[in-house]
Design a protein around this ligand. Structure first.
Ligand code: BV8
Length: 238
């Protein structure tokens, strides 16, 4: 295994599945229970804010109770011990990467642990339930806050920084994502373009599996620690 200089890791809901958090597109997933148009679009929020508050309040409560699993912990160890740069770009809106110790991290679809105020644009740490009668901590406007997450039709965060990282990386790992949602699903093509080695670590082949140079199938809590150990061994064996 080569020693890589700059590693970009894309993570999705499958990484948090073994921490007890539902994925979206598995048979028992979130989209089997909710229509994404009602709970993950600005139009849905405008139509029925109470439903959207409850959707995220339930997931935020579950997220607060969840613990990082061996895969989150292995990725934090990789960032700490690997001699090269390690950047995690997560589609997940939970805080399990932070809880495992990851620091070089981009939440491209935002975070449930932050509220966003439509009146003053302030983002505030938010761990309780959100509701229409709560006031923004910055401007005191009531009823103006939403979860700071990126909905369908909204532009994901930090795309410039992500694009720069992809064009400079020599290893791209995609973990626990079905490759259905863009622009994230297009990152593997950008990494290949940059000449990076591309590896998919997933429970089953994703939509974009044919785009990856290497595929490792299995639950993240098993395959991610094993892969991280191989990377660290190769880097220290010189
Ligand atoms: C944008 C909110 C413009 C936060 C989410 C037609 C064609 C192509 C694209 C489009 C189109 N029409 C519209 C679009 C664009 C659209 C899109 O891609 N739609 C798709 C569905 C067709 N995208 C957007 O609207 C994005 N914005 O495009 O803006 C733009 C863009 C760039 C520049 C300028 C303008 C916004 C997308 C963000 C939407 N927000 N959620 C939240 O509530 O969480 S999407 C939602 O899906 C989550 O964010 C989630 O992270 C994301 C991806 O899902 P996954 O993480 O992959 O989860 P999934 O369940 O699908 O898969 C889990 C995988 O894990 C599976 O493969 C499973 O096998 C595996 N797994 C399960 N258990 C394990 C496991 N693996 C390992 N171990 C296990 N134990």
């Amino acid at each position: 295994m080569a020693a890589y200089q700059r590693i970009v890791v894309l993570t999705g809901a499958g990484l948090s599945a073994e921490s007890g958090l539902s994925t979206f597109r598995d048979a028992d997933g979130i989209w089997a229970r909710y229509d994404y148009r009602d709970v993950a679009t600005p139009e849905g929020f405008a139509r029925n804010p109470e439903l959207v508050y409850e959707f995220y309040n339930r997931r935020r409560r579950d997220g607060m109770k969840a613990q990082p699993n061996a895969a989150h912990i292995a990725l934090a160890k990789l960032e700490r011990e690997y001699p090269g740069e390690v950047l995690i770009v997560t589609q997940n809106v939970d805080t399990l990467h932070e809880a495992a110790g990851s620091r070089n991290l981009i939440h491209m679809h935002g975070q449930m642990a932050l509220s966003l105020c439509a009146a003053c644009d302030a983002r505030s740490p938010w761990v309780e339930d959100l509701s229409p009668d709560l006031a923004c901590p910055s401007c005191s406007t009531t009823g103006s806050m939403r979860p700071d997450v990126v909905w369908f039709g909204e532009i994901p965060y930090e795309l410039e920084r992500i694009s720069a990282a992809l064009s400079g990386c020599d290893l791209f790992l995609s973990i626990g994502t079905s490759g259905n949602v863009y622009p994230a699903a297009g990152f593997v093509a950008a990494a290949r373009e940059a000449g990076a080695h591309t590896v998919e670590l997933n429970l089953e082949p994703s939509e974009g599996t044919s785009l990856f140079a290497e595929r490792i199938e299995g639950p993240a809590s098993r395959v991610v620690p094993a892969y991280v150990d191989r990377l660290l061994a190769a880097a220290t064996s010189g």
